[in-house]
Design a binder for this molecule. Structure first.
Ligand code: SAM
Ligand code: FES
Length: 357
């Protein structure tokens, strides 16, 4: 690590800000020593805000049916080999009930953009979960919808929304998505979610095809200005039935580096150690926590469908029962010296209309 690299790291820690050119230089100049210092500072920043706690969210993958055709994604519309399923309302509510019994107080409903989940149907499911479990937060990750739809879901009780921006570089976005999808619409969705009052999560894949230090620098500058309450980043992993089948996977090392950078940009952000990270490295999620992540998302989906929600090859946690998944993550978190807690874990500085409610 040279003096310039160290100066950038120290300034990032103090000011929570670098220019785009500086972010690119920080990434390009990184080495093991820089990563170690960043991780140490990131853990210190997290400790000030969150102590030694790591939050847990129960993930329910409600549908593998998708009208979109993202080039990287295993459940894209054109993948004729994908196994499609859709959970019924009763199955989703049963997953939430089981999760509640296991101690979960946040449920994340994620799925492809399945036209079956109209506002009426999804609002009914959200309000049923909130009625049965009023002490829980409901997070949605159901892709791009209209402002009216986001509003209706919020009024039905949804608290948070995860919608990765995927890349903050418009030209890069067009290379990862079909022509019918647009960067402008993705950004429109994020802005509207924020305006409505959601705790909002953005994020991106590390090592997606055509990604460069410059596009990553734009991602970091975007995160700095958008100030999401949550930020999901994980390595890109190719899926054999997609146009990106032959591309290289992203790197664990760069993902960990960027987790630390993001923690220093936004000390209060909720930052998951993702399943994709655990897929590329058996100790990936533990390493993620030690780099500054503070959320894990055990899978609560019925075991019978888990393998069908195949976004990328070799996805882990597809054979376990929910309780096993939780137990495994509990043990992993404990090994890092942190403590898995089950409270709602709202974003600490959040001042939206329904913060903590
Ligand atoms: N349909 C919703 C959406 O588009 O936001 C949620 C589901 S989508 C599958 C969730 C995330 O999975 C995407 O935002 C993307 O970043 C990630 N993902 C998709 N394919 C991936 C791959 N091959 N490797 C790693 N992550 C992937
Ligand atoms: Fe729709 Fe991936 S293309 S969830």
């Amino acid at each position: 690590m040279d003096n310039r690299e160290e100066e950038l790291i120290r300034r990032l820690e103090r000011k929570h800000h670098l220019t785009e050119a500086e972010y690119a230089a920080l990434i390009r100049g990184r080495d093991a020593e820089a990563a170690a210092i960043l991780a140490e500072l990131a853990c210190a920043a997290r400790k000030t805000v969150f102590g030694d706690t790591v939050y847990t969210r129960g993930l329910i993958e409600i549908s593998s049916i998708c009208r979109n055709n993202c080039l990287y994604c295993g459940i894209r519309r054109d993948n004729g080999n994908a196994q499609r399923y859709r959970l019924t309302r009763e199955e989703i509510l049963a997953c939430a009930d089981e999760g509640y019994g296991l101690g979960f107080r946040t449920f994340v409903l994620q799925g492809g953009e399945d036209p079956y989940f109209t506002d009426d149907i999804l609002c009914g499911i959200v309000s049923a979960i909130k009625e049965t479990h009023p002490d829980c937060a409901v997070t949605l990750s159901m892709g791009e919808r209209s402002r009216d739809s986001y509003r209706a879901l919020y009024e039905a009780g949804a608290d948070r929304y995860l919608l990765r921006h995927e890349t903050a570089d418009a030209a890069h976005y067009t290379r990862l998505h079909p022509a019918e999808m647009s960067f402008e619409n993705r950004m429109r969705c994020l802005e509207e979610l924020r305006e409505i009052g959601y705790q909002v999560g953005c994020g991106f894949m590390v090592g997606s095809p055509f990604q460069t230090e410059e596009t990553l620098a734009k991602d970091l500058a975007f995160i700095e200005s958008f100030r999401p309450e949550m930020c999901g980043i994980g390595p890109f992993i190719p899926h054999h039935d997609t146009p990106f089948a032959g591309e290289e996977a992203g790197s664990v090392e760069l993902t960990l580096f960027l987790l630390s950078v993001i923690r220093l940009i936004l000390p209060e952000v909720l930052l998951p150690a993702t399943t994709a990270l655990g897929t590329l490295d058996p100790a990936g999620r533990e390493k993620g926590i030690l780099a500054g992540a503070n959320v894990v998302m055990p899978n609560l989906s019925p075991v019978a469908v888990r393998k069908k929600y195949e976004l990328y090859d070799n996805k882990i946690c597809t054979g376990e029962e929910s309780a096993q998944c939780l137990g495994c993550l509990q043990a992993r978190v404990q090994r890092t010296g942190y403590r898995l807690v089950s409270d709602r874990g709202d974003a600490p500085g959040f001042s939206g209309r329904r913060s903590g409610g």
